[in-house]
Design a protein around this ligand. Structure first.
Ligand code: ZN
Length: 436
């Protein structure tokens, strides 16, 4: 037994003192701080907070097939360094994409034995694979992802309409998550000016695609989730649909909460992602959406590529790969901004652990509670640091050199510490929906 004595811990969405008893891989009990208990004592420092290991339900690992972009070993070590103990891998950018069970098995074989944290998988919905969706669900994927606009890779085409997939998914009460932008409202971007890039992918394109997704969710009764919301003008649509009984959840990402269009230097394609980081007023509105509960969660959309594909030499926002690397930095990036806005660490942990765990159906993850997996992180919320060493395969990130608060000092996966600096005997498991 290990007895973690934490003068500050995030339990059930609030910060309070606690003693957390860990037996093997599970949390045995959560007791008052000074409760008597037999076991090896670990006492947290007064400036540290014990939080549940984060659950990042939006990570592009890209292995197999594009392992030179990222891979299970490097991504999961970055996750561990950032206090993330469960990641959920996206179905695209790997080869093959995870659009049927055979491809899922290829992916699981590539991941087996290589992961420093636990890993679950999304399947993919592409035109013509409706008949694969139930099998992907039965094989333990946590849901399926679709694009409503070009995905950036030819092997994962968009759905012209999510209706047929949702009709199928409703039959087994699955989950469809959607990259919601309307290609009819997006124009080709080129050049170094960031303002031109943002104008090429307007908020209206997101709002239109979200509107279609919500209509189809209403018609079919299926459960949907909007990934990486950038457009705050979609928040009223989402709130109204939910109030009306449509089963929809929403995520946003650290970059939409921490960065603004005004600060992106022209030609600095490290900041390119789709949909784009928008203006400061939009960012304020996204924070209000979180406070109001219209936005449920914050996950990374870690989507790296080899440095040359970012085209930093030309700074051409049209040609550069769209994707921001942040798996290791999500917590401090979000917390630094949250703190400035008077939000609590407990709220941030709810957005980044409990809510994503609930989305993907992993009841033992994302919380400090008796019976949960002993996935834990120690955060020093006031400790300031400069973004330096990153365990991602490529350290290219718009956060390079930033001063952030919220250093992650230690991470435990199922009762044992994880050292992200060591690439030996990784203990991460491959998870299936509902079993962890
Ligand atoms: Zn993504």
């Amino acid at each position: 037994m290990i007895v973690l004595r934490a003068p500050r811990a995030v339990v059930d969405g609030v910060e309070r003192p606690a003693a957390v008893l860990v037996a093997g891989e599970r949390i045995e009990a959560v007791l008052p701080l000074d409760a008597p208990a037999a076991g090896r004592e670990v006492v947290l420092a007064p400036d540290e907070v014990l939080v549940p290991g984060l659950v990042d339900s939006h990570v592009h690992v890209n292995e197999p097939g594009r392992t030179e972009w990222e891979g299970f070993a490097t991504a999961t070590r970055a996750a561990a360094a950032g206090g993330v103990t469960t990641i959920v891998d996206m179905p695209l950018n790997s080869l093959p994409p995870t659009v049927d069970v055979a491809a899922l098995e290829v992916k699981r074989a590539a991941a087996a034995g290589r992961c420093a944290v636990d890993v679950a998988f999304w399947g993919g919905a592409v035109p013509g694979n409706e008949h694969q969706l139930r099998a992907l669900h039965d094989a333990g994927t946590v849901g399926v992802k679709c694009f409503l606009i070009d995905s950036g890779v030819p092997e994962f085409p968009p759905l012209p309409d999510p209706g047929p997939a949702l009709a199928e998914i409703a039959a087994f009460d699955g989950l469809l998550i959607a990259h919601a932008e309307d290609g009819a409202l997006v124009t080709a971007a080129a050049g170094r000016r960031y303002a031109d890039f943002v104008a090429s992918r307007p908020a209206a394109a997101e709002d239109s695609a979200i509107g279609l997704l919500l209509r189809r969710a209403r018609e079919t009764g299926a459960r949907v989730h909007v990934v990486h919301l950038s457009s705050a003008s979609a928040l009223p649509l989402l709130a109204a649909a939910r109030a009306d009984g449509v089963r929809v959840t929403v995520e946003t990402c650290p970059h939409y909460l921490a960065l603004t269009a005004e600060e992106v230097p022209d030609g600095d394609t490290r900041f390119k992602c789709c949909p784009p980081v928008r203006g400061d007023a939009n960012r304020d509105a996204l924070w209000r959406g979180l406070a109001d509960g219209v936005i449920d969660m914050v996950v990374s959309d870690h989507s790296p590529c080899p440095p040359d594909l970012k085209r930093l030499d030309t700074g051409d926002f049209g040609a550069a790969w769209g994707g921001i690397s942040s798996l290791q930095l999500g917590l401090p990036v979000v917390w630094t901004e949250a703190r400035r806005r008077g939000r609590t660490l407990a709220e941030v942990v709810t957005w980044m652990a409990a809510r994503p765990a609930a989305l993907v159906g992993l009841p033992r993850k994302g919380r400090i509670a008796a019976g949960a997996d002993a996935d834990l992180a120690v955060v020093a919320p006031d400790a300031e640091f400069t973004v330096g060493e990153l365990h991602h395969r490529h350290p290219l990130t718009p956060y390079a050199g930033r001063r952030l608060r919220g250093a992650v000092r230690r991470t435990w996966l199922r009762g044992a510490p994880v050292d992200p600096a060591v690439d030996g005997a990784p203990r991460g498991r491959l998870l299936t929906r509902g079993t962890a």
